[in-house]
Design a protein around this ligand. Structure first.
Ligand SMILES: *[C@@H]1O[C@H](CO)[C@@H](O)[C@H](O)[C@H]1NC(C)=O
Ligand SMILES: *[C@@H]1O[C@H](CO)[C@@H](O)[C@H](O)[C@H]1NC(C)=O
Ligand SMILES: *[C@@H]1O[C@H](CO)[C@@H](O)[C@H](O)[C@H]1NC(C)=O
Length: 214
């Protein structure tokens, strides 16, 4: 989930749109960002969208409208969320692709299913295209932050692989150092040998010369 945040940040730096899934676990008493992103299929086509968020509490049968965001701005439509929702989506534009909202002071009663709707109009040269996209977030509220086993396992794996890599690097360095040192000694020995042979053969030649001279 950190990775996806980093990817999202990188992409939003470049103005690109990425449909990252919302987190689904909120902590009671804290704030929580309900994510909802719908990228336009054709990013170059100008568009405009209004947003609706619906909520179905755990155990309830029906969805109720809780929040709208349109030309007139944000409106909280349900008492349960009065003064507790902030817009976290696209700013300064009707061409909304990020419709995320921020829940303040989450309570256990906020557990349930949220669904966001994009009512989008795409303005082509000769016509307008209407499109409705919806996304669903299943939110569970917990007393304090719990961490998924998967995230703990992946963190442990990360440390294991970092330590493993460093050990491997160290061993490789020692191995290389030894090899270089050995190669150096070998070269020295060879050079010494060569010199010895050269001197030996030279003196042999000399001897031969001397013998011929006699
Ligand atoms: C979302 O809104 C909340 C409350 O206004 C704010 O604290 C938070 O920084 C916002 N987050 C983003 C990503 O805009
Ligand atoms: C949220 O909680 C804070 C701290 O407990 C409190 O000061 C604030 O009034 C609460 N806000 C709402 C909207 O309940
Ligand atoms: C949660 O819902 C129950 C039953 O509807 C209600 O009695 C309680 O006051 C609610 N709690 C909060 C924090 O809104």
């Amino acid at each position: 989930c950190y990775l996806s945040q980093i990817i999202l940040m990188t992409l939003s730096c470049h103005g690109a749109c990425a449909e990252v899934d919302s987190d689904t676990e909120a902590v009671a008493g804290k704030g929580f960002k309900l994510g909802c992103i719908s990228c336009k299929r054709r990013s170059e086509v100008p568009g405009s969208a209004t947003i609706e968020w619906h909520f179905r509490a755990k155990g309830d049968a029906d969805f109720v409208l809780i929040y709208t965001y349109n030309e007139e701005g944000p409106t909280i439509e349900h008492d349960q969320f009065l003064d507790r929702v902030d817009w976290n989506g696209s700013k300064r534009s009707n061409d909304i692709q990020d419709a995320s909202i921020y829940l303040l002071n989450v309570t256990f009663n906020d557990s349930g299913t949220y669904s966001c709707f994009f009512n989008r109009i795409l303005f082509y040269d000769n016509y307008e295209y209407k499109d409705v996209v919806s996304k669903v977030v299943h939110l569970s509220v917990v007393g304090k932050a719990t961490r998924g086993t998967a995230s703990i396992v992946s963190e442990v794996m990360m440390y294991v692989s970092i330590i493993g890599l460093q050990l491997w690097l160290l061993i490789e360095m020692i191995y290389c150092y030894r090899k270089i040192a050995a190669a150096g000694e070998e070269a020295l020995r060879e050079a010494a040998n060569a010199e010895y042979l050269a001197i030996a053969s030279e003196s042999k030649d000399n001897c031969a010369g001397v013998q011929v001279g006699e």
